[in-house]
Write a protein that binds this ligand. Structure first.
Ligand SMILES: [Cu+2]
Length: 435
């Protein structure tokens, strides 16, 4: 694998047949059959991951990438996994969600000795239940997860399953997050909650590929969360059923239609839907800070502040000074603000109607009637039928109902408007924020 784009599904050429998944901005790990055992080889090692065009991160991952490649097996398969450690410290792998012998569960110190630097360990077990799983280290976890060590695992059902319907397209990806200061490359591993890059498979919008489907395809999306917070994942234009969780397929009586499903930390969610509405449908985390990239989280709110005079004085001290947030943050997506090297704009992405003003955990479900079966290539922007786009109204407008608040539309100034206190921090060479 030599690129960060979504690879077509890996159709099995040995072992039991199944319908393979498509890993968003990722790929499936090939295996080798050895006397009826499926053998995989994962190599834990430092990697460089392009988060989106214009930004690369120095991460740790597997087989050259963070997250590692997806592992796909079939219920009942005997699986042998070689794990080689090329990290600067010891590691282990936990097979999150699997039924397996206790000594194969991968918790260093508890179930096995840690895998020392340069060593190879072997794990072996039968993939007993079909479902959606993950793998990640269970040794110096705080560091190794913050550095991007994780991967997806799908166990397909053996033959027909009463609770797992066949689908036309089956996507999977992991939710992950990093704290990488603007202008730098390595995540801050001590960060507990305040991450600044919210990613799917270690990619941020506009670096996340769209999920491309054919109209009337039955679509499945599997999502695993290895960040430190929950993510309400929201799909536009369709309703889906949560058909599977960490514990396997959801009983039919417990399924309900939703347009947002919360994926808590350490959880997996599998959703199914019929893609029967053509268009480019937003698909994203509903926490609005999670659809933004770094830079913006610490900017002061200046909506309603009249500070042109102050800005002129500051500009005399700092020629590059730029007022942000006075009219909202939409300017950020359009203005040519000088950014430190290796830094993504806070809000970005160009659509057919202008800036999308998004970042982080955002992509699109692209539904097209003329998309070929098995074709995952981006069809470009949706061509809307005439008369179906919201547009400017220039005709007469009738009086509209509204609440009349005290003070009209804005609060009257309080206190002495002449007194102002201003704090200025000069931008530092090589990064940092300008306030
Ligand atoms: Cu989120």
């Amino acid at each position: 694998m030599d690129k960060a784009t979504t690879q077509p599904p890996l159709v099995p050429n040995s072992g039991q047949p199944y319908n393979p998944v498509v890993t968003l901005n990722g790929w499936t790990l090939p295996w080798r059959m050895n006397a009826g055992v499926k053998e995989f080889h994962l190599v834990a090692e430092p990697v460089v991951r392009e988060i989106a065009p214009g930004m690369k991160a120095h991460l740790w991952g597997y087989n050259g990438q963070s997250p590692g490649p997806t592992i796909e097996v079939v219920e009942g398969d005997r699986v042998r996994l070689f794990v080689t450690n090329r990290l600067p410290e010891h590691t282990s792998i936990h097979w999150h969600g699997q039924r397996l012998p206790n000594g194969m569960d991968g918790v260093a110190g508890l179930n096995q000795p840690a895998i020392g630097v340069g060593k190879t360990f072997v794990y072996e077990f039968v993939a007993r239940r079909p479902g959606t799983f993950m793998y990640h280290p269970h040794a110096d976890e705080m560091t190794q997860m913050a550095m991007g060590m994780m991967g997806f695992w799908v166990t397909h059902p053996k033959g027909k399953h009463p609770l797992i319907d066949p689908v036309d397209r089956d996507f999977c990806f992991l939710l992950n997050a990093y704290d990488i200061d603007p202008g730098s490359y390595t995540p801050k591993i001590m960060t507990m909650l305040n991450f600044n890059l919210w990613t799917w498979n270690s990619r941020a919008f506009p670096g996340i590929d769209p999920l491309v489907v054919r109209k009337n395809d039955k679509v499945r999306i599997r999502i695993g969360n290895l960040t430190m917070t929950n993510h309400p994942i929201h799909l536009h234009g369709h309703e889906f059923l949560v058909t599977g969780t960490d514990g396997g397929p959801t009983p039919k009586s417990a399924r309900q239609y939703e347009v947002t499903t919360d994926v808590a930390v350490g959880q997996m969610r599998q959703v199914d839907f019929l893609a029967d509405e053509e268009g480019d449908w937003a698909f994203h985390c509903h926490k609005s800070h999670h659809t933004m990239n770094a830079m913006g989280h610490d900017v002061q709110t200046l909506i309603g502040v009249e500070h042109r005079g102050v800005a002129r004085q500051i500009t005399r001290l700092i020629p590059d000074y730029m007022v942000m947030g006075e009219r909202g943050m939409a300017d950020m997506a359009e203005m040519e603000m000088p950014l430190p090297d290796n830094t993504l704009p806070m809000m970005t992405g160009t659509g057919p109607f202008g800036s999308v003003e998004m970042g982080g955990m955002f992509s699109m479900l692209k539904v097209r009637k003329d998309q070929k079966p098995g074709d995952y290539t981006d069809p470009g922007w949706y061509k809307h039928p005439p008369g179906t786009i919201a547009h400017e109204w220039t005709g007469p407008i009738a009086d509209h109902a509204r609440f009349k608040s005290d003070g009209g539309q804005s609060m009257p100034a309080q206190g002495n408007p002449a007194a102002r206190e201003v704090r200025v921090r000069k931008p530092v060479a090589g990064g940092g924020h300008a306030h």
